[in-house]
Design a protein around this ligand. Structure first.
Ligand code: CA
Length: 232
């Protein structure tokens, strides 16, 4: 059983979706527009969202973008519900991070099957994340969801900062020189100097305060993640 939010303005579809999802054992909340939907998402936790793209107040794509930019909602499965002829919206929506879509008129069985697949995958990812998650006092690194928590609060790192932190933390106690780190985090920047890594480290440390002390400067070498970080 899962908690599912339906963001949909057509009463007939609201009823049809609610009826069938509840019959499948899910708990369902319906929001009739994007604003109410976002409000519901911030008020309580959901396992999946069915998102209509044509909403009276705002574009479903905008709702999707807002959901994906919120670190607390970043891994929430989103299935878009689109009308025929909105293929370009589907492409944009998938690019924004929606997980799947169905096209109206859809067969309810197909929709329920897609819901099931997404819920299953989300559960697997959560379990995988739990297994691979690293914790150093109040600093938590979740490599599956690319998430970092500082004292239970999610923070925003760039992909490079995340890779840097994850790599160093995975090899605690080992010192790496700047070029070695650049190689391993594969920045891909066209112009890279050994000072590039200093900038990334500086930004990373600022963001992970007060645990910035775990990222140590090794004079004459480069950087390392403190061997003692795991100990309280
Ligand atoms: Ca609609």
């Amino acid at each position: 059983m899962a908690r599912i939010l339906i963001i949909e303005d057509e009463p007939d579809l609201q009823t049809l979706l609610r009826f069938n999802l509840e019959k499948d054992g899910h708990q369902v909340v319906v929001a009739g527009n994007g604003g109410d939907g976002l409000h519901e998402l911030r008020r309580s936790a959901f396992d999946l969202v069915l998102l209509d793209l044509m909403l009276p107040d705002r574009d479903g794509l905008e709702v999707c973008r807002i959901v994906r930019s919120d670190p607390t909602l970043a891994t929430l499965p989103v299935i878009m519900v689109t009308a025929k002829g909105e293929e370009s919206d589907v492409v944009v929506g998938l690019g924004l991070g929606a997980d799947d879509y169905v096209t109206k008129p859809f067969r309810i069985k197909e929709l329920l099957a897609r819901v099931k697949v997404r819920l299953l995958r989300a559960r697997e990812e959560a379990a995988d994340g739990e297994r691979r998650r690293m914790q150093f006092q109040g600093l938590v690194i979740d490599p599956v969801r690319h998430r970092v928590l500082i004292d239970d609060q999610p923070i925003q790192l760039t992909l490079t900062e995340f890779k840097l932190l994850h790599f160093l933390a995975s090899h605690a106690g080992v010192a790496y020189d700047r070029y070695g780190l650049l190689d391993r985090i594969g920045d891909g920047d066209a112009v890279v100097t050994d000072r590039t890594i200093d900038v990334h480290v500086r930004n990373l440390r600022r963001k992970i305060e007060p645990y910035d002390r775990f990222v140590e400067t090794v004079r004459g070498v480069g950087y390392r993640f403190s061997e003692l970080a795991g100990d309280v």
